[in-house]
Ligand binder design. Sequence first.
Ligand code: SF4
Length: 304
Amino acid sequence: MTVGLDDRQRAMLAEMGVRIWWPAQTSPPQEAPATIAEAGPNSPETIKKIAKKDPVALGIGRKSLISAPADAPPAPAAPMGPDVGVVNGLDWPELETAVAACRACGLCERRRQTVFGVGDRQADWMVIGEAPGEQEDLRGEPFVGPAGQLLDNMLRAVGLSRTAGPADAPSAGGVAPPLSPAGVYIANVLKCRPPGNRNPQPDEMAHCAPYLRRQIALVQPRLILAMGRFAVQFLLDSTEPIGRLRGQVHRYEGIPVVVTYHPAYLLRNLPDKAKAWADLRLALKTLREASGGRMAGQAARSVS
Ligand code: SF4
């Protein structure tokens, strides 16, 4: 149905009980959409660059971008997430800007900032967590605070680092002394903090999913470490407990996935640290086998 109807046609359709909805992916004819800059914190120049790729379809600030005429019926419920086809065409700067401006789910209302991801964008390893907590929301970086320190220690123990530079701590658990750490890229399933650190909701995960999928596609990791059950749900589409999934190699679009506990869980359940260490060793072994023995940095020497 077209939206270019005059008053007489609208009245006639109303008499017939036909309701007219604006198409979800097009702008209404009477009002120009608001600028994408109104929806996000980034510079108008940068955001306009993304807007040219079809901001309405992208779903950034969708509520403010689509404004129906005063006499239009109520908008359809809950906005859809960003358009997968558009997100799949974004490069790193565009993707980061799109996430910073995103208002596709209700988590945008109370965030201080989005938490995009951090680390080596050409890393062999990708670590995927769940959602930002309070400190991540403050800092704009995933895995900070005590859980982040534990993750950094775990990574360092196998010769990996979220930042480039020499290893600054001795290795552990029979792992060879550090050479130079290899990079790792870290991202969460959700880019905005759920209030009160509650669990991510299915609709929030669905709305945010295209961003993480695009991050994975851009990094092209050779191994993914899934930390926590929501990372597992995203990657493996499984609600099985971590304890039943760990100890084996899964696949996400052909990429090996090793499942382990979230560092925040490990801080509350110290005996399970040994299991997490076993998971790291499995990940190293898997990557080494997939690489034919060629691995970067200390990780090349780490599995005994
Ligand atoms: S959680 Fe994801 S989908 Fe929701 S507003 Fe933040 S970036 Fe957008």
